[in-house]
Design a protein around this ligand. Structure first.
Ligand code: NDP
Length: 272
């Protein structure tokens, strides 16, 4: 029987994961299928159980189920444990392994695809939702000189900082006016509603890199604002999407796909 995989979420129709994983499978000669699985908002566990009963081997998990997937897993990787959210499930003889590949995806995109050094930099992470939580452990692992989280709802940023117990600073947006950062990472969903986080103009202007986790055919509002302020390198999150998928594929199949060609294909398809 062909091994079955899927991405589960609500909504899910927009997901590019099936294209990415089928391309990985073609490239590495793996026999598998990969589909989109729409779960009712109150039916995550039932949908996963039905998929497993039908022979499912693994799932990618997206909004809004990453915390539920964390609770569903019977074992967790260290990075999933640290982030409190799971974006990859593997069903095996020992039960359900939960992993979080978002942070690795972001770091690999910045470092390997864009040649951006993270060690010793001053980093600003915007947002304190699941995406921010998922990447913060990997960012800390890169040993920045400084890592600050800013969020509209400050208590959520403080919760993340507290649960990591590391030297992560939390600041309100307006308090950043006197600060300077090398890299700004936008982990808010603001770009999805054509908004930009309320970051003082000079913070954009002083940065070397502005990275938006959101992506699309056009540059995102956050990238546009940063570029307008004079930030020289403005990047979107398409590479992160492909890199986190590559890491999930490796967890499931023990084969590492070449992500570069898949990223190029996906970028071209956005413009088609
Ligand atoms: P959540 O809904 O969990 O969190 C959203 C965050 O955005 C909150 O911190 C919220 O602030 C903040 N926010 C929303 N609107 C605004 C605004 N107008 N101004 C300032 N802050 C705002 O979402 P996720 O964390 O799961 O995802 C965030 C984004 O990251 C999504 O757009 C998602 O598509 C993207 N993503 C991309 C990935 C990739 O591979 N490229 C992987 C994972 C996520 P508050 O807490 O104050 O409400």
């Amino acid at each position: 029987m062909t091994d079955r995989y899927a991405v589960i979420g609500n909504p899910i129709a927009h997901s590019k994961s099936p294209e990415i994983h089928m391309e990985f499978a073609r490239q590495t000669d793996q026999s598998l299928t990969y589909e989109r699985l729409l779960a009712p908002l109150d039916g995550f566990v039932e949908t996963v159980e039905a998929f497993r009963a039908a022979g499912g081997r693994g799932l990618n998990v997206t909004v809004p189920f990453k915390e539920e997937a964390f609770r569903y897993a019977t074992r967790l990787t260290a990075r999933a444990e640290a982030s409190g959210a799971v974006n990859t499930l593997r069903f095996d003889e020992q039960g359900v392994l939960g992993d979080n590949t978002d942070g690795m995806g972001l770091v690999r995109d910045l470092r390997a695809n864009h040649g951006i050094m993270l060690y010793g930099t001053r980093m600003l992470l915007l947002g304190a939702g699941g995406a921010a939580r998922g990447v913060i452990g990997s960012l800390v692992g890169e040993q920045p000189e400084r890592l600050v989280i800013a969020n509209r709802t400050l208590s959520k940023a403080q919760d993340i900082a507290d649960s990591f117990g590391q030297a992560i600073e939390v600041m309100a947006y307006d308090a950043l006016v006197t600060e300077r950062f090398d890299i700004i990472i936008n982990a808010t969903s603001a770009s999805l509603t054509a908004e930009v986080p309320p970051l003082p103009e000079n913070v954009y202007a002083g940065a070397r890199v502005a990275y938006d986790m959101v992506y699309g055919a056009e540059i995102t509002p956050f990238m546009a604002r940063a570029a307008q302020a004079g930030c020289p390198i403005c990047l979107d999150g398409l590479g992160m999407l492909v890199e986190q998928a590559g890491e999930s594929f490796y967890l499931w199949r023990n084969v590492r796909p070449a992500t570069g060609p898949v990223l190029a294909l996906l970028r071209a398809s956005l413009h088609a």
